[in-house]
Design a protein around this ligand. Sequence first.
Ligand SMILES: [Zn+2]
Length: 215
Amino acid sequence: MAGEGIRGARARRRRMIARDQTTIVNVGYRSTHYWVVSAGRSRLLVDIGYPGTMGLMLASLERKDVPLGEIRYALATHYHLDHAGLAQEMKLAGVPLLVLDTQVAAIPRMRDVMKPADRYVAITMHDNVVTSSAESRALLERIGIAGEILSTPGHSDDSVSLLLDDGSVFTGDLTPPWLATDAQAAAVQASWDLLRARGAKTVYPAHGPIRRLQR
Ligand SMILES: [Zn+2]
């Protein structure tokens, strides 16, 4: 294309490929969505099941034709039991746990809220893939996914969102502004403002319907 140059054309083509190939599938259960973002056969699991439900998760992945061996990373939007309950078992099954540096401190706290009946397997700390928001784009690019991971506190300090370049954003439990308590309101608003500024358009929450992000 005139004026664009080969570099620009290549970059544009790369963006188109990324957009064309990225698919989103819900493998959730018990009113919680677990999203699989796929670039062809390279996949990222966003949110990682209730503790003690590995059988349910594996059955759900199979039902949706997602081979466990194709999941390159699992990412918890935050370390609450319905979002990171299977993180360790997924690691033991061969899926590395991707952690944003702002989440590290929250991981050991999972243990404190679990009861024996939950059958929670505690997450080990030495073998996680820890990245920063700034480094996340390059990391995701290596598995064919165009996007970034942003720190979006409000529901909890360790909450993050996965934002794809096509505007799809996986927000976990980030509270809608109209439901935020007074104590949360400022952080919640700042997180939504950040997502909007970065181009978020379609919200894939962990609970409830997919929705357009209000401008
Ligand atoms: Zn939560």
